[in-house]
Design a protein around this ligand. Structure first.
Ligand code: AMP
Length: 117
């Protein structure tokens, strides 16, 4: 299986501004932002989509949400932000390496509006 764009970013094969990194994940800005702040939290472990995660990933998934909280605070959007995981092609997933979208900023939207974008 060829590497996803996110795996290539994690492996430093293509350049990207990594805003945060630890043993388990990276955080980058979305290349096509849908909000003033649009970040992606990406686990280093290749999990193609949330529904493919397993029991052993429970701690990792919790860690990713912790990073979501910290990033929202760091970027000054902790008051109002959306957290989105697209699972599967029909749900709009385009990169098959699990990632969590964080969206916020002045024009924070209702998640129902984001879905119709
Ligand atoms: P999804 O549709 O949930 O799979 O989200 C994939 C997201 O990755 C989209 O919002 C894209 O804009 C974003 N994306 C694709 N390539 C890059 C890249 N090289 N750097 C940052 N974000 C990217």
């Amino acid at each position: 299986m060829s590497k996803t764009i996110f795996q290539k970013i994690i492996d430093r094969e293509i350049p990207s501004e990594i805003l945060y990194e630890d043993e388990f994940c990276i955080v980058i800005k979305d290349i096509a932002p849908k909000a003033p702040v649009h970040l992606l939290v990406i686990p280093k472990k290749l999990i193609t989509k949330l529904s493919e995660s397993s029991e052993e990933d429970t701690k990792l998934l919790g860690h990713l949400l912790k990073i979501v909280r910290e990033m929202a605070k760091e970027h000054g959007i902790e008051e109002a932000f959306n957290v989105i995981i697209n699972n599967g092609e029909k749900a709009g997933q385009t990169v098959f390496h699990l990632h969590i979208h964080i969206l916020g900023g002045d024009k924070v939207k209702l998640s129902s509006e984001l879905i119709t974008d």
